[in-house]
Design a protein around this ligand. Structure first.
Ligand code: AHR
Length: 670
């Protein structure tokens, strides 16, 4: 019986999908004979093999994963009232502010007439969206601006409503102190609103000062107040990622050193984390987002916690003292090597923040933030897409300092932005010379590149650093958006990674997130608007590999050679692994060809009487190569799983793999 199964730890659902897969009507005339050695286990596959790369691009953090709904909540954007409208008598001030690193606040004063109003109104990120029946926690730091008691009124508003009132829900707050204090109220939405507004009115003759105006859903991931969007974290957890790289990407480097990501600014009391520019606001002038900044509300503490909760090894990336080299030709943009000490100290302090005892300065801060136990950081990446001799020159003193103090931390260097070529060839030996443990390779490449890379890692130096395929995605020629064909070729490429798991220790698709109204870069793995999210075909490919990565490689040959899409291999790519904890064998065959192909996999090394006990087959397939899941049709392309009872008792697998199909077999032996 055919049944459909979303391959997820949590979800098993029957779904109506126009891309449902069956073998009915699929015929092929050729025969592709694989042999799989079930006796000899190969290399151990690292737990970090398949993971996630997070960057605050495409409104990935503020406006995305970070569930804050108020934009410019601390009035710290260079235009202090960006994102806000004001009415009546509103003044931006800095005297006597409660948070030294966020000095701006607003004073609301009597408009001068009982019928007039003073207030501020926030537009949110593409609207302040609320869902009927859901609760939202409003909070604000406030003080009376005079000796008299003051009052504010908070409203969630739907300006598009044709109803008698625009007001969705409202609450009054008495500001009862001349000292700064946090006031909180929970608002229950009475309607679904996509493009709502948050309004805060002065509701007394006496003036009031307001700072850090915030609105979060109550129902965040694990119910945290400074929380993350639950649906998005769930999507990450459902992959079963082995590693979590953060916070970027180019934002680590900064357009200039001033705008680089500084982890120390992202920890401690959330109200006192200073704002940072986000380079993606202006990187692409044709997709310009002038209101894109980093609040750092989602900071390094939250990243470590998230890694822990989704079961992934944290992999922070820090600045090597080189500002983005794409954006800076002059060496003056970078820190001279002899002045690198503060950057190196940042690296050492970060390790202390993650792993240090509570008696240490940074370990103490971690404990105060709520995590007494160390985060058990094992990896640290230094530099993002750097190149030229300046990179090894800058990296060397970091390596020396970290090795001396923390010899067990594995260091990740980079081979630059190119997948091959002069810089790439220069940097790999340099990384080996410096003793990097892993090298981060990036490739955003078209179809033919992915088709040509099946053997990429077969010839890599087994005595050098290991590979971290840290950013990759198939960018179709003339089709730089998510579609099934791109994900199919990513799957083909991943079989080569898997086959070479002795040298490839990590791989993360990129970028991870994109807001449909705020993206700068695509394709991306997960898309969302303010209330919904969708998992793309690439997501399901990543999930399939991550959930079925196995513990050991197995040798599987097609007529004596690895199947890597080579001449005479009919566009087939394949890999096989063994999962020791379950005693399960897993075979992945990717048919990138436009024709179906017959595949048989003979099991070599079976003991006497040994046969397949139980087998299942999962396919990701779609007749329309350009199709993908969307917010309106999120189940267009899904993994489809079926038990294959006819395989029981056999000594070989056999299948007719349809054109353009990701196919995976899981079986155990008696
Ligand atoms: O993933 C988008 C960008 O691509 C990253 O920030 C950068 O590392 C790469 O160039």
């Amino acid at each position: 019986m055919l049944y459909k199964n979303i391959v997820s730890a949590l979800a098993v659902a029957s779904l109506a999908c126009s891309c449902a897969v069956s073998n009915e009507g699929v015929t092929a005339t050729d025969q592709n004979n694989f042999s799989l050695d079930v006796l000899h286990k190969g290399a151990e596959i690292q737990s970090t093999m398949y993971g996630l790369f997070f960057e605050d691009i495409n409104y990935g953090a503020d406006g995305g994963l970070y569930a804050e709904k108020v934009k410019n909540r601390s009035f710290e954007f260079p235009q202090a009232l960006m994102g806000w409208k004001t009415y009546g008598k509103v003044e931006v001030r800095t005297d006597g502010a409660p948070f030294s690193r966020n000095p701006h606040y607003v004073r609301l004063a009597d408009p001068g007439h009982a019928h007039k109003r003073t207030g501020i109104e926030n537009e949110g990120f593409f609207g302040v969206s609320t869902q009927n029946g859901a609760e939202y926690r409003f909070s604000v730091w406030a003080r009376q601006a005079s000796a008299n008691a003051s009052k504010i009124r908070v409203e969630l508003v739907d300006p598009a409503s044709m109803g008698e009132t625009h007001v969705n829900v409202a609450a009054d707050i008495d500001v009862n102190s001349k000292e700064w204090k946090k006031y909180t109220v929970v608002l229950k939405s009475t309607m679904d609103v996509q493009r709502g507004l948050l309004r805060v009115f002065l509701d007394s003759p006496a003036s009031v000062d307001l700072e850090h105006v915030s609105l979060f859903p109550v129902d965040t991931w694990k119910g945290r107040e400074n929380g993350l969007r639950k649906d998005l974290v769930q999507a990450l957890a459902d992959i079963h990622p082995g590693v979590f790289r953060f916070p970027g990407g180019c934002i680590v480097e900064g357009t200039d050193l001033e705008s680089r990501y500084q982890w120390k600014n992202s920890v401690g009391q959330v109200e006192n984390r200073p704002l940072n520019e986000n380079r993606w606001h202006y990187t692409f002038p044709h997709r310009f987002y002038p209101d894109y900044y980093q609040s750092y509300g989602l900071g390094f503490y939250e990243f470590f916690l998230l890694s822990e909760e989704i079961g992934a090894e944290p992999l922070p990336v820090i600045s090597v003292g080189l500002a983005c080299q794409f954006q800076n030709e002059s060496q003056k943009a970078h820190v001279p090597v002899k002045e690198l000490q503060p950057y190196i100290q940042d690296a050492l302090d970060l390790i202390e923040f993650a792993n240090g005892p509570v008696s240490s300065k940074w370990g103490k801060l971690r404990a105060e933030m709520g995590h007494e136990e160390p985060f058990n950081l094992k990896f640290l990446a230094i530099g993002n897409e750097q190149w030229g001799p300046e990179y090894p020159e800058h990296l060397a003193p970091f390596v020396d300092a970290v090795r001396e103090k923390y010899p067990n931390i594995k260091l990740v260097g980079t081979s630059g932005p190119d997948s091959e070529g002069k810089q790439f060839e220069y940097l790999w030996p340099e990384m080996k010379r410096l003793g990097a443990d892993l090298v981060d390779e990036h490739f955003y490449r078209p179809e033919d590149w992915f088709l040509s890379q099946g053997n990429r890692y077969d010839s890599y130096d087994r005595n050098g650093p290991k590979v971290f395929a840290g950013e990759y995605a198939c960018h179709g020629k003339g089709k730089k958006w998510n579609h099934f064909h791109a994900s199919l070729l990513e799957a083909a490429f991943m079989t080569g990674i898997e086959r070479n798991a002795d040298v490839v220790h990590m791989a993360t698709y990129a970028p991870l997130f994109a807001h449909v109204e705020g993206w700068q870069w695509r394709p991306d793995m997960i898309w969302y608007d303010n209330t919904r999210s969708v998992r793309t075909c690439s997501y399901y490919v990543q999930q399939l590999f991550a959930q079925n990565k196995g513990s050991h490689t197995l040798s599987m040959m097609l007529d004596g050679k690895p199947a890597a899409g080579n001449d005479g291999q009919n566009g087939l790519f394949a890999s096989a692994v063994y999962e020791a904890s379950e005693g399960v064998y897993i075979v992945k065959v990717i048919n990138t060809d436009s024709q179906a192909h017959n595949v048989s996999v003979a099991l070599d090394g079976l003991a006497d009487g040994q046969v397949i006990a139980k087998a299942s087959r999962t396919r990701i397939q779609c007749d329309e190569l350009d199709a993908d899941n969307t917010l309106d049709n999120p189940t267009r392309v899904l993994p489809v799983k079926e038990e294959v009872k006819s395989m029981s008792g056999k000594k070989a697998l056999s299948s007719t793999v349809p054109a353009y199909t990701v196919e995976m077999w899981r079986f155990d032996l008696n």
